[in-house]
Design a protein around this ligand. Sequence first.
Ligand code: ADP
Ligand code: GN1
Ligand code: MG
Length: 369
Amino acid sequence: MPVDASLLLDIARRFQVLGDLLSAVPYGTGHINDTYVVTCDQAGEPVRYLLQRLNTKIFKTPRGLMKNIEEVTGHIRGKLKRQGEPFTRRVLTLVPLADSGVCFLDDPELGFWRCYLFIEGARTYDVIERVEQAFEAAKAFGAFQSLLADYEGPSLHETIPDFHHTPKRLAALKAAVAEDPLGRARDCEADILFALERAPLAGRLVGLQAEGAIPERITHNDTKLNNVMLDDATGAGVCVIDLDTVMPGLSLCDFGDMVRTACNPLAEDDPDTSRMVARGDMFEALASGYLQGTGGALLPVEREHLVVAGQLLTYECGTRFLTDYLLGDTYFRTHRPAQNLDRARNQFALVRSLESQEEAFMGRIRNLV
Ligand code: ADP
Ligand code: GN1
Ligand code: MG
């Protein structure tokens, strides 16, 4: 639900934003939260803040989520400070409320809000064009994980239970097909079949985890490419953002979700999938950046599953889009009818292309791993 500009300014005023408030406008292309950029005049200079209303239908325990973000950003900031970077753009900075040190506004009428310093001189990309961008993004997500490898603070809260438990995502699709509240299943029988046929793929990573073959680490869990900011001038990864799903998880899920976004030559919802050919050059750049960023932490068994992880996370996301389409588009924000179905078909076309190029992708990273 859009928020009126003057109300937005009132909400922004509740946080320690400095200077005269000038404007507040919607910002970004995230599917979940409502994001706004707030501009203030500070002695003649425009200064921006990022104001967000958290989607509490999806994030049902927002206080636990904010505690995670405080812990994680505090840990990373402490480390960067010790490395000689006291005022860094490399980690998100929460702005507290004006009348307390609390970093969120929880209001029964206004909703649940938070505010960050705006990271200037950098941007996110919905579709990336150059392999250097894939390399830098993967390196930044890998470095994020390695900065958190020695986190010993309070255990992180699970903000969405079973977020990357793919068999449960498939079970949710089956339940949606059985319920079919809007009679949409008949429009997408082939898509449903595509998902059902890949039940063995769905179980690959949770299977490895259950066997104890791959470890749980603190991971980001939503590593789509527009959740990392790249420097405008140098193209280097600056800051990993969208920390709502940072919690214990699998490194391969973080890698797979990057494959899903970087190897797709099309926008995530492009219905013309005739041009869908997964980009091997992007895959190679991602693998190389991720291995560098994680600094040798990945086990051989994880390296061997980098290709499968890309297929799996793309499949998982397509399954989630399809489920949401069947249930009436209540989870992912949509801007047109059947957008979630287009997204699902686009993701499944990418899965097909990733599967058909499996050997070639393995070959591309043989010398890296
Ligand atoms: P969502 O959960 O809805 O995806 P994000 O936290 O990813 O929301 O924010 C949406 C977009 O806003 C991002 O893709 C990015 O472009 C921008 N953004 C988020 N945080 C910042 C920040 N601190 N500084 C600058 N831009 C930001
Ligand atoms: C959502 O929040 P955003 O837009 O960065 C979703 C991801 C999906 C992605 C698909 C909390 O990411 O899991 O992969 O859309 N985030 C959540 O584009 O569900
Ligand atoms: Mg995002």
